[in-house]
Design a protein around this ligand. Structure first.
Ligand code: SOE
Length: 376
């Protein structure tokens, strides 16, 4: 029999919407041991919460997150809040024996992330980090190709994550500009994704060195009365060395004029290369240096065959999928993990490892030096 998983979600903005959509689609397409029940939606603004709940079918509403995570009716707490709330919400939820799903970056710093990971492990709850780009079929295929040795020894991992929504200096202050609520800016929001993909595809980091910049130091307050000080980075670039000897370059910026959500990865190995661009997420570019010289070149694999990861749940070949499907794939793993109380990935240990790299890059930027990654 399927186990019902009563979900309590905190946050009703962009990620609240993406997660709700993921849960709703899931049972229509995937065989599941755990069935997602959209039980309670939690948020501060009653009106927004009501509209959100009605739209996505959340059964109950709650404006006090503590009451929700303490409720006996909730099995899984889904944290889609600003980053400064991840730690208190997660710790309270763990205390109450709840399974956890947490948006990235995991916490405000490595200390918080480590405490969250250790507490979740001790309590024996299932914990998962939202690193949904691992669940893009083309990137899951990239992992298979790398693991099967198709690329040989990996020499380079280059990644950029470009957005442009802050180029306009009149764009108002939001929580993502204030270090007190966000920790870091483009770094924790966007580098977190490509750091996780690097770990997923290549393995652990050894050392990093980076630079961070705030290009627009003040932005109009949303109240319309005056300006607020921006304290979170607009852009963070860094170089890395991996434990397997590969070199990495990373660039996350909200000032890449013209690019809306451009996550591009290049992996160069001794036997071949792979390139991926999120804005064309059904495709993976593959170069095999063992092909005959006359016909050598990058080929584009359309990752929509039934034999490709996750695709057999969807449409016939060539009937492409999109960004929102990555959440559905991740939630299938989550629901089945909860049904069996099995540990799944990416989990809080992955969140912690990512946080260590994030913090080391910020520290290196301040000290203008290389920082070794401890992987503790
Ligand atoms: C905003 O930069 C954002 O929504 C990120 O927070 C998401 O994680 C990313 O998937 C898209 O961009």
């Amino acid at each position: 029999m399927k186990k019902s998983v009563n979900i309590g979600i905190i946050g009703s903005q962009f990620m609240g919407k993406a997660h709700s959509n993921g849960y709703l689609r899931l049972p229509y397409f995937f065989e599941l041991d755990g069935f997602p029940v959209l039980h309670t939606a939690c948020g501060r603004n009653e009106k927004t919460l009501e509209t959100f709940s009605k739209k996505y079918g959340w059964q109950h509403q709650e404006t006090d997150w503590k009451r929700m995570v303490q409720s006996d009716s909730i099995d899984l707490v889904d944290i889609c809040t600003p980053n400064n709330l991840h730690y208190p919400v997660a710790m309270e939820a763990i205390k109450n024996g709840k399974h956890l799903l947490c948006e990235k970056p995991m916490a405000m710093n490595t200390r918080e992330a480590r405490e969250m990971y250790e507490a979740a492990e001790t309590a024996g709850v299932v914990h998962m980090m939202i690193f949904n780009y691992r669940f893009v079929p083309a990137l899951a295929l990239a992992k298979k190709l790398i693991q099967s040795g198709k690329l040989g020894a990996i020499h380079h991992f280059n990644a950029v994550y470009y957005q442009d929504w802050l180029v306009d200096p009149t764009f108002p202050m939001v929580w993502r500009h204030d270090a007190k609520t966000t920790g870091s800016g483009a770094h924790g929001d966007m580098n977190a994704h490509i750091i996780d993909l690097a770990r997923f595809l290549l393995g652990e980091f050894e050392a990093v060195t980076g630079i961070q910049e705030i290009f627009v130091k003040e932005r109009p307050l949303q109240s319309g009365k005056g300006m607020g000080k921006v304290t979170a980075d607009d852009a963070t670039l860094f170089m890395a060395r991996f434990q397997n000897g590969a070199l990495g370059s990373f660039n996350a910026t909200r000032f890449a004029n013209g690019f809306k959500n451009h996550l591009r990865i290049e992996i160069f190995g001794s036997e071949g290369s792979l390139c991926f661009n999120l804005e064309r997420l059904n495709e993976l570019q593959y170069f095999n240096s063992n092909d005959p010289t006359e016909t050598q070149g990058f080929k584009t694999i359309l990752v929509t065959e039934n034999s490709h990861p996750y695709i057999d749940a969807w449409w016939p070949p060539g009937h492409i999928i999109g960004w929102e499907h990555t959440f559905v794939h991740q939630f299938a793993t989550l629901m089945n993990g909860i049904a069996k109380t099995a540990q799944i990935v990416p989990n809080f240990q992955d969140g912690l490892r990512c946080q260590e790299v994030l913090d080391a890059v910020s520290e290196s930027s301040q000290k203008q030096s290389w920082i070794a990654i401890q992987n503790l």
